[in-house]
Ligand binder design. Structure first.
Ligand code: FES
Ligand code: FES
Length: 212
C-alpha cells in the first residue's frame, strides 16, 4: 500500500484498519455469546482471494480469547494489542497513554497477569486469556474492584483508572489478601498524574474484602 507522507503513522494505521474492515474484511468475530458478526464472508473467502489479501495488506490471521469470547481477526503483525482492542474491537476501556510501556494506562490481564497492551503485539497474544476492563463487569453491575474504586474515590480525572483497576485485579487474582506494601508494589507500574494513590491503595484493600 502506498503511504501518504503527509499523514502521521497513527492516521495511517487508522486508515489501514478502516480499509481492512470495510473493504477487505479485516475483522471477523466469532463468539460463544451474542457477538456481532462482521463481514464473515471475507475470512471464509477462497484460498486465492485470501492469498491476495494477505500479500497486499500483509495481514496475519490471529485468534484472540477476550473476556470469554473468541475473535478471529486479520491484523498486521506490527499492530499492538492495544490498537486492535480499541480500534478494531471498540474495547475502549483500555486507555492509550504513553504507548511506550511507562504509564500503565493500557493495562490488561493476559493469563491473569497485568500486561501493557501497548507493548504486546496482537499476534503475541494468540492463545492467551485476555481480560480487559469490560470483562470485569458482572452483567450490568460493576465488578468488586470497580465498585471499590468508586466507593473510595480512587480517581480524579479517571484516565489512569482502568489501568489501575486492571493492576489491582491482577494482584488480587494472585494474592487475594495483599498487605499495603504488596498493593503499592502491585500498582507500581501505573502512573497517576492526579496523585490519587492513597485512595487507590484503600480501594485495593476494600476490593480484597469484596472479593472474599
Ligand atoms: S500506554 Fe501502555 S504503558 Fe503507557
Ligand atoms: S486519576 Fe487522573 S491520572 Fe490518575
Amino acid at each position: 500500500m502506498k503511504r501518504d507522507d503527509k499523514k502521521t503513522s497513527d492516521e495511517q494505521k487508522k486508515d489501514d484498519v478502516t480499509q481492512g474492515m470495510t473493504r477487505r474484511g479485516f475483522l471477523t468475530t466469532v463468539g460463544t455469546g451474542a457477538v456481532t458478526l462482521v463481514v464473515a464472508d471475507r475470512l471464509h473467502a477462497s484460498p486465492a482471494a485470501e492469498a491476495e489479501m494477505t500479500e497486499r495488506g500483509e495481514m496475519a490471521k490471529v485468534t484472540l480469547q477476550i473476556n470469554g469470547r473468541t475473535y478471529r481477526l486479520l491484523v498486521e503483525p506490527r499492530w499492538s494489542l492495544l490498537y486492535v482492542l480499541r480500534e478494531g474491537l471498540g474495547l475502549t476501556g483500555t486507555k492509550v497513554g504513553c504507548e511506550r510501556g511507562e504509564c500503565g494506562a493500557c493495562n490488561v490481564l493476559i493469563d491473569d497477569v497485568p500486561r501493557y497492551a501497548c507493548m504486546t503485539l496482537a499476534v503475541e497474544a494468540e492463545g492467551r486469556k485476555i481480560t480487559t476492563l469490560e470483562g470485569l463487569m458482572q452483567g450490568e453491575e460493576l465488578g468488586p474492584v470497580q465498585q471499590a474504586f468508586r466507593e473510595h474515590d480512587a480517581f480524579q480525572c479517571g484516565y489512569c483508572t482502568p489501568g489501575q483497576i486492571m493492576s489491582v485485579e491482577g494482584l488480587l487474582r494472585k494474592n487475594p489478601k495483599p498487605s499495603l506494601e504488596e498493593v503499592r508494589q502491585g500498582v507500581s507500574g501505573n502512573l497517576c498524574r492526579c496523585g490519587a494513590y492513597k485512595h487507590i491503595f484503600s480501594a485495593a484493600q476494600k476490593a480484597s474484602e469484596l472479593k472474599r
